[in-house]
Design a protein around this ligand. Structure first.
Ligand SMILES: [Zn+2]
Ligand SMILES: [Zn+2]
Length: 332
């Protein structure tokens, strides 16, 4: 539980009871990400807009096993291994009915928005309609990487890359590296850009071309660019790196406004896309992991217990040269 900026701890809470359309999941793995760290430091924008307030229980990248069913849930769900959507739309409005519940104005977000408790706990209650069943090939580690993987899947889709395409991914974090892996699986050649030596070394160990900062890359040399950083300056740089007719995808969020000159888009006939969520691609990502299209587990450098989660949120990296993602196993 995060009580306020820089203050968190493990506390005893009552076991969750499922609402009629919910199940209770025994959580086996939870990923910590940049959004969680921003909630811990107090920088996350939702804290300013009132969409989130302390105290809050984080955790929106998770996998586990169903241990209790709400009154209206089909008995066949009992015991299933699952992960679930972060976005919980109202299911009534026109956006939800059009398959875009991830942009529902009234949505809750598990561990993120409107007080919906997250997965950093032994047990989690979630609506059954938000779940994805995990096949045997997708273990708990991979299952907790479905949510970031689905974000990356949509970013790669939006980049339009395929066999022979040249893609630049700015930002060698989990999202950026999953983008690079998924794009390579589609036949693209990928350059990963970062500013941190350890993360560039790690990207290189995965077989990607790497570049330190974008300065040496020239202009108009890639078919597509994906910005997966939290830097305000990289989105406009991403636009410059793409050749006329190309595509630029923005999935990172900076704390300050990150400005783009729309003339650069018009004059080069570029397509620019923003990606908020992985919701529409969760099922595709489960299939990609099942079929071993990519192995997301390579990105996990350490798995810790609940008691160590606060140190990770505060920035401790047990093994920065072994990958960007840290997982929590609440059973430890
Ligand atoms: Zn996340
Ligand atoms: Zn809605």
């Amino acid at each position: 539980m995060v009580f306020g900026p820089g203050r968190a701890g493990v506390i005893d809470v009552p076991a969750p009871l499922p609402a009629p359309d919910e199940v209770v999941v025994a959580v086996e793995r939870v990923g910590l990400c940049g959004t969680d760290a921003e909630f811990y430091t107090g920088d996350m924008a939702y804290l300013r807009t009132g969409d989130a307030t302390y105290p809050m229980r984080l955790g929106h990248e998770w996998a586990g096993r169903i241990v209790a069913l709400g009154a209206r849930v089909e008995p066949v769900w009992a015991g299933r291994r699952v992960t679930g959507d972060t976005m919980l739309g109202c299911q009534q409005c026109s956006r939800c009915r059009a398959g875009k519940q991830h942009v529902c104005a009234d949505r809750a977000e598990v561990g993120v928005r409107r007080g919906r408790p997250g997965a950093l706990a032994e047990q989690l209650a979630v609506p059954v309609w938000s779940l994805q069943e995990l096949p045997d090939e997708v273990d708990a580690t991979k299952g907790a990487l479905v949510e970031p993987g689905a974000n990356s899947w949509r970013a790669v889709d939006a980049s339009g890359v395929g066999a022979g395409s040249r893609l630049v991914v700015i930002g060698p974090g989990t999202i950026g590296l999953l983008c690079a892996m998924l794009a390579r699986a589609r036949g693209a050649s990928v350059v990963v850009v970062g500013i941190n030596d350890a993360s560039l070394e790690f990207a290189k160990s995965l077989g990607f071309g790497v570049a330190r900062a974008t300065a040496g890359l020239g202009t108009g040399v890639f078919d597509a660019a994906i910005d997966a950083t939290n830097a305000a300056s990289t989105p406009s740089r991403a636009v410059e790196l793409v050749q006329p007719g190309g595509r630029v995808v923005f999935i990172g969020l900076s704390a300050e406004p990150s400005l783009i000159d729309s003339r650069a888009l018009v004059l080069a006939d570029l397509t620019a896309v923003g990606i908020l969520s992985g919701s529409p691609a969760l099922a595709a990502t489960v299939s990609a992991y099942r079929d071993a299209l990519v192995d997301p587990s390579l990105l996990v450098s350490a798995t810790v217990g609940l008691a160590e989660a606060e140190a990770v949120l505060a920035g401790r990296r047990p093994a920065p040269d072994r990958g960007p993602k840290i997982h929590v196993d609440p059973r430890r």
